[in-house]
Write a protein that binds this ligand. Structure first.
Ligand SMILES: Cc1cc2nc3c(=O)[nH]c(=O)nc-3n(C[C@H](O)[C@H](O)[C@H](O)COP(=O)(O)OP(=O)(O)OC[C@H]3O[C@@H](n4cnc5c(N)ncnc54)[C@H](O)[C@@H]3O)c2cc1C
Ligand code: FES
Length: 364
């Protein structure tokens, strides 16, 4: 009887390992739902209704979570009606060991925010990206001004709580504009902090629906915070609100003191006047997912890739979070927000705000 040793092919060795490891991973997941070798997973451990339209989700991440700074946001992937869907949310509490807080405002037609508000259950496991964002304060910021519009108060909450913990809240001004009293999120908390830290000024304002005469403008900003231009300032809110604050600081010659972030795109995804977009039918190849489609030269590559059945990673879908960034192997694309054209091979492009200007190969 021959005793020939047949070498196992790499493929069958791989499949055997997979067959052995799959049940092991499933068992571990049952015991520890956020365990993963590759993904940053987090379990929903608390749900807190902040107002009729906003819910705080407290998450316990696994050991792969690498932390954040107050003011940053995190891409969170929820499963909504069986589809993994990612959105960015600012962390709304100071960094605490083992817990992350996000506060989600419900949009009447919004896919994820309605799901979070109406259906999210304790024990659900979500996937996290890495914390990112430039809405952070320098270590020694001097006098600080925080300006928030609507749910843009969430990153400011993390700052205020972190500054309070460092006993550095004296001299800080927080200006919050919201439509109604109910939308002044965390108002009770902020008021309590003004008692504990008398040098902290909390200036909540309600703009009562859509009355434009009540909205914050440069003149009102100067009245409410006369020394605004000499402060280190952060602003967050809807695109138009943030643009107004930027204009006020620029006019006062203090643009460099201000950092901003918006939860909504500064403008609709229409190409700027200087973008050389035109209606075309350019073949696009997603090399890793092996998806091919014809781009129209105007619609974002992300939207068109999804329409073609691909599922590239995405977060904000408006050029802020970089979750959708991938390498363009060849071809020319235009950034729909800035008009910048990328034609060199191997450049990083953001799928959500880029349109093809000809045949393109993407490492996606
Ligand atoms: C950096 C960053 C930080 C953020 N931080 C926060 C935060 O802390 N808290 C927070 O609440 N949000 C935050 N956001 C916004 C958040 O990422 C989502 O955009 C928001 O929750 C809406 O997602 P959605 O899936 O519910 O809405 P989507 O389904 O994506 O819809 C987006 C908008 O379109 C409207 N819409 C959708 N479908 C229709 C339709 N058929 N007809 C008319 N209108 C429609 C929705 O009402 C909504 O206003 C942040 C965004 C960014 C980029
Ligand atoms: S999805 Fe956020 S930059 Fe593209």
């Amino acid at each position: 009887m021959s005793n020939t040793l047949v070498a196992e092919s790499p493929l069958s060795f791989f499949s055997r390992r997979m067959m052995l490891e799959r049940p092991f991973e499933t068992l571990v997941r049952q015991l520890a739902p956020t365990w993963s070798r590759t993904e940053t997973l987090a379990e929903v451990v608390e749900l807190r209704r902040e107002s009729p339209r906003a819910t705080t989700v407290v998450l316990a991440p696994n050991g792969r979570w690498s932390g954040f700074e107050p003011g940053q946001f995190v891409p969170v992937t929820f499963e909504v009606n069986g589809v993994r869907t990612t959105r960015c949310y600012s962390l709304s509490e100071a960094p605490r060991r083992g817990r992350l807080h996000i506060t989600v405002a419900r949009h009447p037609q919004g896919k994820v925010s309605r799901h979070v508000h109406d259906h999210l259950a304790l024990g659900t496991v979500v996937t996290l990206g890495e914390a990112a964002g430039a809405l952070v304060l320098p270590r020694e910021p001097g006098p600080v001004l925080l300006v928030a519009g609507g749910s843009g108060v969430t990153p400011m909450r993390a700052h205020v709580r972190a500054l309070a913990e460092r006993r550095a809240l004296e001299g800080v001004v927080l200006l919050h504009d919201a439509r109604t009293e109910e939308d002044l999120l965390f108002a009770r908390d902020f008021r309590a902090l003004t008692l504990a830290h008398p040098g902290f000024a909390y200036l909540p304002r309600t703009t009562s629906g859509d009355d434009p005469t009540l909205r914050l403008d440069a003149a009102r900003l100067a009245t409410l915070v006369p020394d605004f231009a000499s402060r280190t300032a952060l602003a967050c809110g809807p695109g138009g609100f943030v643009a107004m604050i930027e204009a006020a600081f620029a006019e006062a010659g203090a643009g460099a003191r201000l950092r901003t972030e918006s939860f909504t795109a500064p403008m609709a995804a229409a190409p700027p006047a200087n973008a050389e977009t035109r209606t075309i039918a350019a073949p696009v190849a997603l090399l890793r997912s092996q998806v091919h489609f014809n781009a129209d030269g105007r619609t974002s590559l992300l939207v068109q890739a999804e329409a073609a059945g691909a599922r590239p990673k995405s977060g904000c879908r408006m050029g802020i979070c970089h979750t959708c960034t991938c390498t363009k192997r060849s071809g020319t694309v235009v950034n729909l927000l800035t008009g910048r054209v990328s034609s060199e091979p191997n450049e990083a492009v953001q799928l959500c705000v880029s349109a093809a200007l000809g045949p393109v190969e993407l490492d996606a």
